[in-house]
Design a protein around this ligand. Structure first.
Ligand SMILES: [Zn+2]
Length: 421
């Protein structure tokens, strides 16, 4: 009998979704007078917020050249009265909104850099509700949303128990370098890390394994007239790229929306200096992404072997530069990451504030944001977004202006839910 009761208890527990057990968000929170005031204040400022978002987009911030944007954010942090405002040696900007104690310290991170090189026209054009400009979404929209979230908490005098840390990071697009530096050197040991760096319909609790290679092929070179039949770095590049795309990949993982993983992508290629000679050097780059370390290791070996083999077949020199291998040995297992109150609260909030009539948001075990660094360090982490945006990393990038208001409200609700006992 006891056994039977125990079994029933176990099956009941299993029937309750993890979200009901660990989410700290309840819609009742939104009726708390101070929270209500904070949310209302965002509605009142809707126009000003979009104007400031446009202004931020138009402050150029290519990776490694984020200084002007960093100065802007630093000044706003000062106006907010955050404590311990810092600009570190890479230009990461951070500040703390102190809690009264007894709650977790939660980082809200948005990156300042964009993928677009200096000189790219970044003036925002507006058609109805759509804002168009390179960088309007990734990640300027979320930078604006996090800034306004802190302001709204101040306007409503919301007192949290835990500290809220605002991190405006740099060089995210170069391999999460700013956040890595900040997490490793700032001295902060946050309890949770939120990268606000995806779309409003995304809740990512994983970390993609990402490895980036640059393969170089070299030769002494030769005049075109003397080159017939001889080894060529250009031909080796062609062979290498061809071989890479013939590596058999595992089936596409489920539940990732438009993403098709694992994947190998050749993003850049180049070499040579003149029409009439064999190049002394030619190269291409590879971006390899998968969902788990064993697959990534296996594909890394296959990619490297294929590239090297192309050099051997062609009889040219070969070398590899590998960028960004994050060590995930300290990452928590998938189920533990998914069940964490941070992820479940973020999910509940995202669903509460999602556009009416749109499908329920499901969490995805992916990530290619600053949250990856936290995941790799075993810190509970999630990537979320405040805005509906499209075509990141492309000149056609655009976003829905009005979506930032519910997005900011979601951030406020998440911040309060997580840092209030
Ligand atoms: Zn981004």
């Amino acid at each position: 009998m006891r056994l039977k009761i125990l079994l029933i208890a176990i099956s009941l527990a299993a029937a309750v979704p993890a979200s009901a057990q660990t989410s700290r968000f309840s819609p009742a929170l939104l009726d708390r007078p101070d929270v209500k005031r904070a949310l209302q204040s965002v509605d009142e400022r809707a126009t000003a917020i979009v104007d400031e978002w446009i202004h931020l987009v138009e402050i150029p911030a290519p990776s490694k050249k984020e200084q002007a944007r960093a100065a802007y954010i630093r000044a706003e942090m000062q106006k907010l009265g955050l404590t311990d405002i810092r600009v570190d040696d890479m230009s990461n900007v951070s500040g703390v909104r102190k809690g009264s104690g007894g709650g977790p310290a939660v980082v809200f991170a948005a990156h300042m850099d964009t993928v677009f090189p200096e000189g790219t026209p970044i003036k925002v054009s507006r058609e109805g509700d759509i804002l168009r400009a390179p960088g309007v979404g990734d990640d300027t929209s979320n930078l604006m949303a996090v800034l306004e979230m802190f302001r709204a908490l101040n306007r409503a005098n919301i007192q949290t128990n835990g500290d809220l840390i605002f991190l405006a990071s740099v060089q995210e697009e170069l391999g999460l370098l700013g956040a890595k530096h900040w997490l490793e050197t700032s001295g902060y040991k946050p309890d949770m890390f939120i990268a606000v760096d995806v779309g409003a319909d995304d809740v990512w609790y994983g970390a993609l394994r990402i490895t980036q290679f640059k393969f170089f092929y070299t030769s002494p070179g030769a005049h075109t007239m003397e080159s017939r039949g001889g080894p060529s770095p250009a031909k080796a590049v062609a062979r290498g790229i061809n071989a890479l795309y013939n590596i058999p990949l595992p089936p596409i993982a489920d539940g990732l929306g438009s993403f098709k993983l694992p994947v190998v992508n050749v993003g850049m290629l180049g070499g040579g200096t003149v029409f009439n000679a064999v190049p002394r050097e030619a190269w291409f780059t590879v971006d390899l992404r998968s969902l788990d370390t064993p697959t990534q290791d296996r594909l890394t070996a296959a990619v490297t072997a294929a590239a090297r083999n192309a050099a051997n077949e062609e009889g040219v020199g070969f070398r590899v530069e590998t960028q960004m291998g994050i060590d995930y040995t300290k990452a928590q297992p998938k189920q533990q990451r998914l069940d964490h109150p941070l992820v479940q609260t973020a999910l509940a909030v995202a669903n509460h504030f999602r556009k009416p009539g749109t499908p329920l948001i499901a969490p995805a075990d992916v990530g290619s944001t600053d949250a990856n660094i936290a995941v790799s360090m075993g810190i509970p982490a999630v990537a979320i977004g405040a805005v509906r945006e499209r075509l990141p990393h492309r000149l056609e990038e655009n976003a829905d202006a009005s979506s930032i208001v519910p997005g900011i409200k979601a951030l406020i609700s998440l911040a309060v839910a997580l840092t209030t006992r």
